[in-house]
Design a binder for this molecule. Structure first.
Ligand code: 5AD
Ligand code: SF4
Length: 442
């Protein structure tokens, strides 16, 4: 069967799609380049925000045209939205043939086979625990970049968040299993590995929601072990919860030069009152302390973050506190989300009190701050020489290659013979733009 996969949402979903593709290929299916030529369409969806669900639903209902033309076309919905809505999706979107919860992705081939035999079927969305090893499958794409999900699910229950309900309890993959997969990836040319998880720093802590004792960080140990893989150049991870950066983890980062000096550290809000209502287990002060500690241990480290504007009850003062923390840390990148109540998450019981116009205004203010800040930071790079992991031809300008510094700055440069994707090159920066810099290999 020719299967077309479309992915919405986070990197975890991107990785799930890769694993889905690998499963399908192993079973003898092929991947379709477009929806039009496919026998089956798989939508791997996200439900973290309302907008993400609406987008996916809109796209899926558009497939009605294709289904009319080809009544044998199979349409499946996987991922968080499938998990959240279950068979309600089948009522809402009548063209959908099956729904696959986040714990059942490994059963995709069986389901396609069954549907071929007997059309229309609903799959239960009960959690399955062998999913982690099953999802160890991946695509041999020959790329310099690889991703490994080291944990699944989340036990933190931030009040706005639906992830603990749709992705289930937090489970960690076996360390040896991860290392085996990493070595195998590196063996086929991968030079940068991104570790994924809702809270990667909780890795190996058995789902305990109290941040680890001093001296204990299985995640730190994992990074140290990955750092020993000779041909691997870079290790990245996303996302860690700030309170899990204890002495042991910080020492591991410090002692692992392959671990990139760029940390995505979700802030969500800079107001202690709002953080409390969000059920986040830190304060603006402890967040800022952790940033200072990380900066001291990892000179030159850069930070990115997630922030929600317009959480119920967020007033001008709360917003100002968030804006101040953001400017104080000076994030190189920030993902700003307008609050949307997610049915099932605890904050959905609160009145969505901030009008959309105010949410949008706050969003624009933070985006404006980010733009100004990034422009200045990039301008400061001009004249310096940086190490860049070459990624390949730039999507925007075919004459140039693109790559990133370990601090995650995007660098464009004219290619030189012999340089291949995944190589580390030294680039002297000559010019800065709004979101990237340009230089020459030295
Ligand atoms: N409304 C707005 N943003 C949300 N996020 C998670 N849930 C919600 C919600 N209900 C954001 C958080 C999280 C990111 C992945 O999505 O900032 O870190
Ligand atoms: Fe959601 Fe909080 Fe878990 Fe992140 S840590 S996935 S925001 S519950």
């Amino acid at each position: 069967m020719k299967v077309f996969i479309r992915t919405y949402g986070c990197q975890m979903n991107e990785r799930d799609s890769e694993a889905l593709a690998a499963k399908l290929l192993q079973a003898g299916h092929t991947l379709a380049a477009s929806e039009e030529e496919a026998d089956a369409l798989l939508f791997n969806t996200c439900s973290v925000r309302d907008a993400a669900e609406r987008k996916a639903k809109g796209k899926i209902s558009h497939m009605h045209k294709l289904k009319k033309r080809n009544p044998d076309l199979i349409i499946g919905v996987a991922g968080c939205m499938a998990q959240r809505l279950g068979d309600r999706l089948l009522e809402e979107l009548p063209d959908v043939d099956f729904v696959l919860g986040t714990g059942q992705l490994h059963t995709v081939c069986d389901i396609l086979a069954e549907i071929e035999a007997e059309r229309k079927r609903i799959v239960s969305t009960e959690e399955s625990f062998d999913v982690l090893t099953e999802m160890g499958a991946h695509l041999a794409t020959g790329s310099w970049h690889g991703e490994i999900a080291i944990t699944r699910g989340c036990n933190r229950f931030c009040s706005y968040c639906i992830v603990p309900y749709v992705r289930g309890r937090e489970i960690s993959r076996d360390k040896e299993d991860i290392l085996r997969e990493a070595r195998e990836m590196v063996g086929r040319g991968v030079r940068e590995i991104l570790l994924l998880g809702q809270n990667v720093a909780a890795y190996g802590l058995g789902g305990n929601t109290n941040p680890p004792e001093p001296g204990n960080s299985p995640f730190g140990e994992l990074i140290e072990a990955l750092n020993e893989i000779p041909e691997l150049r870079r290790i990245r991870f996303t996302s860690p919860y700030v309170s899990y950066f204890n002495d042991r983890l910080i020492r591991a980062l410090k002692d692992s030069p392959k671990c990139c000096r760029n940390i995505h550290l979700p802030l969500q809000s800079g107001s202690n009152r709002i953080l409390k209502a969000m059920n986040r287990q830190y304060t603006r002060e402890s967040y800022l302390d952790k940033v200072a500690e990380l900066r001291a241990a990892l000179p030159g480290v850069t930070f990115s973050t997630d922030v929600i504007v317009g959480f119920p009850g967020e007033d001008d003062d709360d917003f100002k506190l968030t804006r101040d923390v953001m400017n104080e840390v000076g994030f190189e990148q920030s993902f700003i989300f307008k609050y949307s109540p997610r049915p099932g998450a605890r904050s959905a019981a609160l009145e969505d009190s901030v009008p959309d116009a105010i949410k949008e205004e706050r969003n624009q203010i933070l985006l404006g701050d980010l733009r100004d800040r990034v422009r200045k930071k990039l301008a400061r790079l001009v004249g310096s020489t940086v190490e860049v992991l070459a990624e390949g031809v730039s999507a925007r300008n075919a004459e140039r290659w693109v790559g990133r510094t370990d601090t995650n700055y995007v660098v464009h440069f004219p290619p030189v013979p012999g340089v291949r994707p995944g190589d580390l090159v030294k680039v002297r920066i000559e010019q800065s733009n709004v979101v990237s810099v340009v230089g020459k290999i030295v």
